[in-house]
Ligand binder design. Structure first.
Ligand code: UDP
Ligand code: MG
Length: 339
């Protein structure tokens, strides 16, 4: 007798007939870090857009270790307001980790990621849902204007996206932040990616799937201040480039070859001058300039190499991307109970 010829025979009838409780149609995923001032405005504005749509939804708020009591405030909101799920992380892990965490707790057929500060207007949700219903798995939102940001931030963001696209192997859409819709299939794909150092915009692009782009005007923050400083943004930019390309390493190799060639030509020129023209070459300035240039090139290369080695080091440790403090959900509404 062939044992277990049918692979399904290991499953009991009971297991085969268990279906997971069906999630809502739409999940909103919002990372929150020190956003006490915007929470109520955010909830009100979301409900105003979502309720007329007559679909089932949940709002998943991820508290990224806020220090301003946003976490407690959100847990309190669960006691009185419906459709909320609050995921609190054990400390501040950064927006990328907060999104990673949230994507494990959304259960909707579609998930929309947006910022807590209402810079991503909720009024666009119906358009995003319409595109999803047309059959797209991902709906990306490209900013055509940005309110309330300095020209320097706009300029550096603009240049960074173009540079990243040139050097990276995947096509990461320009001027497109984390504000986007993803189907369940896309969310499951992201959840399969195991890397610890996560540049989400790159990962979102890496999975592919049919994508539609919608353009919009990015508003200024409703309240509070930005959580980013230039140090952090430069770090994120480096993370983005080194996570998705080894072009910088190749570039240093190119620079190495170039400097070596120039050095050789220079040496040949000196030899010719001394042997045939009998000129004694004054050495001090040329040696100093060569030494500093070469030293600089070498240090930059080592630094770059270090960036990649450091990455491997962090991946090898296999620490989780985030740690959970707790998860709180709103009480389900009773039948016929209206909010
Ligand atoms: N955020 C987060 N963890 C952080 C920093 C920011 O979850 O360590 C959240 C923040 O609460 C907001 C979103 O990420 O919902 C975008 O942050 P912010 O508005 O400060 O960035 P900006 O729009 O200025 O780029
Ligand atoms: Mg913002």
């Amino acid at each position: 007798m062939i044992a277990n010829a049918n692979p399904l025979s290991n499953y009991s009838w009971y297991e085969a007939n268990q279906t997971k409780p069906k999630g809502p149609t739409l999940s909103l995923l919002i990372p929150v870090y020190n956003e006490r001032q915007v929470l109520t405005i955010l909830y009100k504005r979301l409900v105003k857009v979502l309720n007329p749509l007559a679909i089932s939804y949940e709002i998943v708020l991820v508290d990224d270790g806020s220090k301003d009591s946003s976490g407690d405030a959100m847990v309190d909101m669960c006691k009185t307001l419906p459709y909320l799920k609050v995921v609190r992380l054990s400390r501040n892990f950064g927006k990328e980790a907060a999104l990673t965490a949230g994507l494990h707790y959304v259960s909707g057929d579609a998930t929309i990621i947006m910022d807590a500060d209402l810079q991503d207007p909720p009024e666009l949700i119906p358009d995003m849902l319409a595109a999803w219903k047309e059959g797209y798995d991902v709906v990306t939102m490209r900013r055509i204007t940005r309110e309330g940001e300095t020209w320097f931030k706009k300029f550096s963001a603009h240049s960074f996206y173009r540079l990243l696209n040139r050097v990276s192997d995947v096509d990461i859409p320009a001027d497109t932040g984390d504000f986007r819709l993803m189907s369940k299939k896309a969310v499951e794909a992201i959840n399969q990616l195991g890397e610890r150092k996560r540049y989400m915009k790159g990962l979102f692009a890496w999975i592919g799937l049919p994508t539609k782009e919608i353009t919009y005007h990015r508003e200024a923050r409703v309240a509070g201040t930005t959580k980013w400083n230039y140090g952090g943004l430069v770090g994120l930019a480096l993370e983005g480039i080194t996570s998705f390309s080894v072009t910088p390493l190749r570039l240093t190799m190119g620079i190495g070859v170039l400097t070596a060639l120039v050095g050789l030509l220079f040496a040949a020129w000196i030899a010719i001058k001394t042997i045939f023209l009998g000129e004694i070459v004054p050495g001090y300035p040329s040696i100093i300039s060569l030494m500093t240039v070469l030293g600089g090139v070498q240090l930059i290369s080592i630094g770059l190499l270090g960036e990649y080695v450091g990455k491997t080091y962090f991946e090898a440790k296999q620490r989780p991307v985030f740690l959970l403090r707790d998860v709180t959900e709103s009480r389900p509404l009773m039948i016929n109970e209206k909010y």
